[in-house]
Ligand binder design. Structure first.
Ligand SMILES: Nc1ncnc2c1ncn2[C@@H]1O[C@H](COP(=O)(O)OP(=O)(O)OP(=O)(O)O)[C@@H](O)[C@H]1O
Ligand SMILES: O=P(O)(O)OC[C@H]1O[C@H](OP(=O)(O)OP(=O)(O)O)[C@H](O)[C@@H]1O
Length: 306
């Protein structure tokens, strides 16, 4: 019998790798920025959650971040970007392969309690009390540890699910403590809460299922992402140094593998070109200046490949 429901406005994704990215929320802008920097071109029509990539055999699928790990784990989707917190909460860590930590969406899953309550100083103080959270599984696992119980379903602490505005629960008298994501801490401070325990440090991750249908293409995406992350993490530092000081200079800037050294027209001097971690560059420049290096230049790296 013919398929009674054929939606001809849906793009044909047969023979394309399905790559899920968050459709909105905290990770959305950074994900789009990453897709752009790895050269993925697409045109997403308004209200459409599937977009065909024009320059690669990939279809992007825009999904709620909270669902992506489960789709990838089940094999419906080949590749995805989501938070580590979501992978752990949806208990999919054994069914997905973590390819790369992406360095954005960094925050902590914390137990928070009213700052004014002097009796709640650590997570142990909430054992047996009421907790509200969107992270039911991770919260139950943490309290099972604290209670010394093997089965998280058998804890005496009462853990209740809410889907958002978790921080309001204590003020409304619905909870003694909450478990939620914290980045700057502003949301919790505004709600009169403070951290008494950290359950997980999370960030966004590129994941694939254990049996990817397009392993070569997934590897290409992984390599491109790694290149962009390296480029963001390092700068290229160039300087001139007396050959007699080259050994000391190489100790200051050893590079990822080794510095490139070229001779200068000026007798006894060499030019050095080397990758340096961005966060260390100020200290390195100071040390090189002290050693007598001149013409120190620092250049951004647009892309990189090992
Ligand atoms: N404050 C934050 N700082 C950094 N990363 C965060 C923060 N809040 C959430 N994240 C990360 O982004 C992921 C998605 O969170 P987000 O709140 O955007 O979800 P959402 O799918 O938009 O849901 P919602 O319906 O609540 O908007 C989280 O699982 C976490 O990995
Ligand atoms: O420590 P902060 O920098 O204040 O960030 C923490 C807030 O960010 C997340 O929510 P989000 O703002 O994404 O909205 P949501 O409550 O709708 O999930 C989280 O649930 C906290 O409420």
């Amino acid at each position: 019998m013919a398929n009674a429901y054929i939606n001809t406005s849906l793009p044909d994704t047969a023979d394309r790798m399905l790559f899920a990215v968050p459709k909105k929320g905290r990770l959305y802008d950074q994900c789009l920025g990453l897709l752009n920097s790895i050269g993925i071109e697409f045109n997403r029509k308004p209200r459409h959650d599937i977009a065909l990539v024009s320059n690669m055999p990939i279809a992007l699928v825009f999904l709620p971040a909270a669902d992506i790990a489960a789709y990838v784990a089940k094999g419906n989707i080949d590749l995805g970007i989501t938070g580590l917190d979501i992978i752990r909460e949806s208990q999919t860590e054994n069914d997905v392969a973590e390819l790369i930590r992406l360095g954005f969406g960094k925050c902590k899953l914390q137990v928070q309690a009213p700052a004014a309550n002097q009796t709640l100083k650590s997570a142990e103080d909430l054992v047996g009390k009421r907790i509200v959270t969107s992270f039911i599984n991770l919260t139950k696992q943490r309290f099972a540890q604290l209670e010394g119980v093997d089965d998280p379903e058998k804890i005496k602490t009462q853990v209740r699910f809410v889907s958002g505005s978790v921080e309001a629960a204590c003020g409304l008298g619905l909870a003694d403590g909450i478990v939620d994501l914290v980045e700057s801490g502003d949301t919790m401070r505004a709600a009169g809460l403070h951290a008494i325990d950290t359950i997980l440090d999370t960030e966004s991750v590129l994941i694939t299922n254990q049996h990817p249908r397009f392993p070569k293409l997934a590897q290409v995406i992984q390599q491109r992402v790694e290149g962009i992350l390296t480029a963001r993490k390092f700068v290229l530092c160039q300087y001139n140094i007396a050959r007699s000081s080259l050994e000391s200079a190489c100790l200051i800037t050893p590079g990822r593998k080794a510095p490139t050294v070229t001779s200068l027209e000026q007798e006894g001097w060499v030019a050095v070109s080397v990758m340096v971690e961005k966060k260390l560059i100020g200290d390195k420049m100071d040390a090189l200046t002290e050693l007598g290096a001149t013409d120190i230049l620092v250049l951004d790296i647009a892309n990189a490949r090992a």
